[in-house]
Design a protein around this ligand. Structure first.
Ligand code: HEM
Length: 427
């Protein structure tokens, strides 16, 4: 099952076990799969200190992103404290208009493809918009868009190569693997982009509201301080881009196969936004659009698998978990459990009507994680995604050129394995 498609295999194992803890037999790697909401809550929140983010998967990525935000302990705590204030609902809302301008500028560029009938690559186009937004938010006027694109390309390379060491956890770092050199080059590119920007932000010493200026103010200007700003920035930039890009990419095949949902979505955009431009005052009105995004994140949660390592042995749901073993939290599997979801494989945004949504176990739905490591970018995601979807749909009706099925590829972030091509039909 795992060889045919690991992502759906996790869901199938969870389904057959009805949410009980299962020990997987993946050759020498024997992790526990945890899917029941009570157990997820136990690992992510109630006893989270027993399940730190250590182990091979984190070790490899730390060579790129440093040992701050993506790990545990005092360094993680101080990085989270430095970053969190920049992504509160109030702060992100104050940036709506700036983000809307960036999106409009990127969507304007799609006019050419629409006129000539050239299909667009959905993932590339969504990445283009998301990278432009994130670069503006993180670096303000201090950086060209090209820097954001260079960073993203370096991350892509590193994540692919890091993946090799992650699936071969028993190969020691001292044994070279193909791709190690390219990984080192990716790290070098990131440093070449980020350190000059830090120096620029420090020299400007303004009260700029971009993330890099705020981080420079939060961290001192020593070598250690610069390294911390670099690590915080890199981790948050990575966490912010591919997750948002892939969620927006999954939307298009979903609309293609759910015409009633698509019609209601178009209706809402026509009614609230008309032919644009999208304004920040439209955001609270886009209720159905938000429910559609919530449902996309249920069936295709981009942070689909979260590994932890047990420190002390204990029982979860009557199953003994040995100290040192890997525990896999899999939102993709939990979000599809029949015990907690009616018709779990149907795409139905109505599940997120406020009166229904509150009846669910808090950890039956956790696309943004939970407990002390809960995602700090949730507000930003909804603002960016609502603005992007509304801007595109106020101008075009994207139609799929190639039809599915589209299967999930098991990267660090869940993405469709196949390329998705869209024709843009002007509204
Ligand atoms: C669809 C969009 C997103 C999804 C599905 C998502 C998902 C997640 C998940 C599941 C976690 C928990 C990781 C864990 O427990 O190990 C997380 C953490 C995090 N996310 Fe997001 N995220 C998204 C967007 C963003 C954005 C836009 C930002 C921008 C700042 C961001 C920044 C972070 C950071 C910094 C953490 C680490 C928090 C910590 O460990 O204390 N994410 N995200």
């Amino acid at each position: 099952m795992f060889a045919r498609g690991p992502v759906n295999a996790f869901a199938e194992v969870g389904r057959r076990a009805r949410g009980e803890v299962v020990r997987l037999d993946l050759g020498p790697f024997r992790p526990y799969l945890v899917t029941h909401p009570e157990h997820v809550q136990h690992v992510m929140r109630d006893n989270w200190t027993n399940y730190p983010r250590v182990g091979k998967v984190y070790g490899t990525m730390q060579r790129l992103s440093g040992t701050t935000l993506a790990t545990e302990g005092p360094d993680w705590e101080s990085a989270r404290k430095a970053l969190q204030p920049m992504f509160t609902a109030r702060r992100v809302t104050s940036l709506n208009d700036e983000l809307a301008d960036v999106i409009t500028e990127r969507v304007d560029r799609l006019d050419g493809a629409a006129r000539s009938g050239q299909p667009i690559d959905a993932a590339k186009t969504m990445a283009d918009i998301v990278i432009a937004m994130t670069t503006r938010l993180f670096f303000g006027e201090k950086s060209s868009l090209e820097n954001g694109e260079r960073l993203t390309r370096a991350f892509d390379r590193a994540v692919k190569l890091g993946g090799l060491r992650t699936i071969m956890p028993l190969v020691p770092d001292s044994v070279p693997l193909p791709g190690d050199r390219a990984f080192a080059n990716a790290v070098k590119t990131v440093d070449e982009v980020v350190y000059p920007l830090i120096r620029k932000a420090r020299a400007a010493s303004d009260d700029g509201h971009d993330v890099i200026s705020a981080l420079c103010r939060a961290r001192d200007g020593s070598e250690v301080g610069d390294r911390q700003v670099r690590d915080d920035l890199v981790t948050a930039f990575m966490a912010a881009t591919d997750t948002t890009t892939q969620t927006l990419t999954w939307l298009w095949p979903v609309l293609h196969t759910h015409l009633r949902v698509a019609a209601r979505l178009y209706d809402e955009i026509d009614r609230v936004v008309g032919t644009g431009p999208v304004l920040s005052s439209h955001i609270p009105e886009l209720r159905y659009t938000k429910m559609v995004l919530q449902e996309v994140l249920r069936l295709y949660p981009s942070g689909w698998i979260l590994p932890r390592t047990a420190v002390v042995s204990e029982d979860i749901g009557g199953v003994p978990i040995d100290a040192g073993s890997t525990v896999l939290i899999c939102s993709y599997a939990t979000h599809r459990l029949e015990e907690f979801w009616d018709r779990p494989l149907d795409f139905d945004p109505e599940r997120f009507l406020p009166e229904i949504d509150t009846r669910r176990h808090r950890y039956a739905y956790f696309p943004f994680g939970g407990g002390p490591h809960q995602c700090i970018g949730q507000h930003l995601f909804y603002i960016e995604a609502l603005l992007t979807v509304a801007t595109i749909l106020s101008r075009f009706r994207p139609r799929m050129r190639n039809s599915g099925p589209f299967t999930p590829f098991p990267g660090v972030v869940l993405r469709p394995k196949q390329k998705i091509e869209l024709d843009l039909v002007p509204v």
